[in-house]
Design a protein around this ligand. Structure first.
Ligand code: TYD
Ligand code: MG
Length: 459
């Protein structure tokens, strides 16, 4: 008589705190997180093995350990290579997140084709589109060559089989939310499935030295759909962003085990795909209104490359109740703090005004070096007084109204000078630390406070 095969039991674990439960619950009883429980197969307890008396593992001095300077392969998109930390790494896993329609499939098809020049084989696994759709995009992009294979499926097992059969060096999975592992009962896109799909593919990548790109959707709230743990599982997290109605796209490094975080790559979406923008500062400033109140240029330096962007502010008397603060591409909390500092420390009264602030061209600035430029833009709009078109400003504003130093001042100044700016307002401490590193041909104005910065900006 044959016995029915017993399916291993499921347990449900909270993605936030790891607490386990035997049934699914909408709210984690341990930490109170909502919808955080994910299905997992209960694993039979591993037999206990006594540690070997003298193991084969030995601790060694750091300087004797040979480093495997991870072999880098170029995507032939210099903007993408830089955000990856100098190219793609064998065994490296990259998660690319972004809104639907932003161009994720386009970018990674181009990157895959670039990586597969020569006789490297690549696999594009799509759970979103048919093989015909993927091929027609590749043709349109002019990259449909024979080294790039395509498989269209929503079963993880099919993707694993294709990898085993074709032995590609690079794999793109589009998207991690559309694949489903048959070992779990839950539907594709659920937290448990996303974790299972990602961890099995990552295991393969590590074992075989594959370069793996996972595409991930972003929810309306702007976070990667699926568990936060996805971000912990991968080596590199890239965010693809930009205003979908405009042509510019930014790839940002949010995490990178193989390079610097906060690196930014700039692309333009044209008819035949994404085109690199090698001189993005010029592009971000191309539509800048000269001599318009409320516009100030700031040299940012979030990664290794400086980028000049235009910060804009519009100030108008609040009509109903509490004054509104709306910011796009800038940290809204930072804006609120700056307005309070302007009011209390610089005698600029804006608390009863609606304030709208944004970074032009769909860029986003996360660093505090933008503070002083944003404050100057607000005052410029309030007083209807434009700043000189040759001016740039950078520096963090403290709660006491002091101007604080920011990193990479020389890099910022060099970029500003290169683009023809003639005067820079910067923290006095940055100026003192420059030690002759400053470029020639740009007047440097070191200031200690926001008040002083405003005096210099408006004469
Ligand atoms: P896609 O890569 O499919 O976005 P995602 O995978 O992030 O959803 O591309 C999205 C848009 O880009 C699509 O609506 C049309 C546009 N596009 C171009 O303008 N030029 C092109 O060459 C391609 C392939 C797409
Ligand atoms: Mg797509």
């Amino acid at each position: 008589m044959s016995h029915p095969v017993k399916k291993p039991k499921s347990v449900y674990a909270c993605a936030e705190c790891g607490a386990e439960s035997l049934r699914w619950l909408g709210k984690c009883p341990a930490c109170g997180a909502w919808s955080s429980l994910e299905e997992r197969r209960a694993r039979p307890a591993a037999p206990r093995v006594a540690p070997p008396a003298s193991g084969g593992v030995r601790a060694r001095p750091l300087d004797e350990v040979e480093t495997d300077d991870a072999a880098r392969r170029s995507t032939h998109l210099a903007e993408l290579d830089r955000v990856l930390g100098g190219g793609a790494v064998a065994g490296g896993v990259v998660l690319l997140g972004g809104d639907p329609g932003i161009g994720k499939s386009t970018l990674l098809m181009q990157a895959l084709a670039g990586l597969c020049r020569g006789d490297v084989r690549g696999l594009y696994a799509s759970g979103e589109e048919s093989a015909a759709q993927v091929a027609s995009r590749a043709r349109r992009l002019g990259v449909a060559h024979k080294n790039v294979l395509v498989v269209s499926t929503t079963d993880l097992e099919d993707v694993e089989a294709a990898i085993a059969a074709e032995r590609p060096s690079v794999v793109v999975v589009d998207s991690v939310q559309t694949l489903r592992a048959a070992t779990l009962d839950s539907v594709a896109g659920s937290v448990g499935q996303i974790r299972a799909v990602a961890s099995r593919l990552i295991e393969l990548a590590k074992r075989d030295g594959l370069t793996l790109f996972l595409i991930g959707h972003v929810t309306k709230e702007g976070t990667l759909a699926g568990p936060k743990v996805l971000e912990h599982l991968v080596d590199t997290v890239l965010a693809f962003e930009g205003d979908p109605s405009g042509a510019f796209r930014l790839v940002r490094t949010e995490k990178n085990r193989f390079g610097a975080a906060h690196e930014v790559g700039v692309f333009e979406m044209v008819e035949d795909g994404l085109r690199e923008v090698p001189d993005p500062s010029a592009l971000f400033l191309s539509e800048r209104p000269e001599r318009a109140a409320g516009s100030v240029v700031v040299p940012t330096a979030e990664g290794t490359r400086p980028l000049l962007v235009e910060v804009q502010a519009l100030v108008a008397p609040a009509v109903y109740g509490a004054a509104r603060r709306v910011s796009t591409g800038l940290d809204g909390k930072r804006l609120a703090i700056l307005l309070a500092v302007l009011d209390r420390k610089a005698q600029v009264h804006v608390l009863d005004q609606d304030v709208f602030a944004s970074v032009a061209g769909g860029a986003r600035v996360d660093e505090r070096a933008v503070d002083v430029a944003l404050a100057i833009a607000v005052v410029s709009s309030l007083r209807e007084r434009p700043v000189s078109p040759g001016l740039v400003a950078f520096g963090e504003v403290g709660l006491a109204g002091e101007l604080r130093a920011v990193p990479r001042a020389a890099l910022r100044l060099t970029e500003a000078q290169k683009l023809g700016f003639s005067r820079a307002i910067l923290p006095a401490t940055n100026l003192a630390a420059l030690n002759g590193d400053a470029p020639r041909g740009i007047e440097l104005v070191g200031v200690r406070s926001l008040e002083e910065a405003l005096r210099e900006a408006f004469g």
